[in-house]
Ligand binder design. Structure first.
Ligand SMILES: [Zn+2]
Length: 183
């Protein structure tokens, strides 16, 4: 049941992503399910990516972010602390155990890094099946905006063994601190 609720959140994320405003909700749901399944099944290679802790995440609307050159994951400690407090306030501790916000943020960014690989990216596009062009028997798949985000949340959800998708927490956090962007 919570799986369905999490897919609803993923559909909402995609629906709120530019270029998808007027998409058929059935198509958005199809992409949300495909991206969730892809993310859940991903097995990112353990790469040694440096992790740095930063402050000022609440002002910037950031929990964590991945930068590719050089590869580094920035974790915003003030946002992590705020998210942990929010979990306690909402009574969601059984879904998000103590310390899981940081773990989920790291897994989420690891998923983004993995989705940067050309082969993984191509496989992901095929899984989503958004055809941009068709010529003869060949198809050219298009990028689905927001799908990486859904897959990264699904990976973190599965990898950290959380009761609900971290997307729930991200959404609640955004509302609590009135962020306008998500990542
Ligand atoms: Zn992200």
């Amino acid at each position: 049941m919570s799986g369905d609720l999490d897919v609803d959140l993923a559909v909402r994320l995609l629906g709120g992503t530019p270029t998808h405003e007027n998409r058929d909700p059935v198509l958005l749901r199809h992409w949300a399910v495909a991206a969730t399944e892809f993310g859940r099944r991903m097995t990112p290679r353990a790469e040694t990516v440096r992790v740095v802790e930063r402050d000022g995440g609440l002002d910037a609307g950031l929990l964590a972010r991945y930068r590719s050159r050089p590869p580094v994951v920035e974790v915003y400690t003030d946002t992590v602390e705020r998210a942990e407090r929010l979990v306690a306030e909402r009574g969601w501790r059984h879904w998000f155990p103590e310390g899981s916000v940081r773990a989920a943020a790291l897994a989420h960014e690891q998923a983004h890094a993995w989705l940067h690989h050309t082969a993984v990216r191509a496989e992901f596009k095929r899984a989503l099946g958004h055809t941009a062009l068709r010529f003869g028997r060949r198809r050219l798949y298009a990028y689905v905006a927001g799908a990486d985000e859904v897959a990264a949340h699904a990976y973190a959800h599965a990898a950290c063994g959380l009761g609900r998708s971290p997307l729930l927490l991200t959404e609640a956090l955004a509302a609590a601190v009135s962020w306008e962007s998500e990542n």
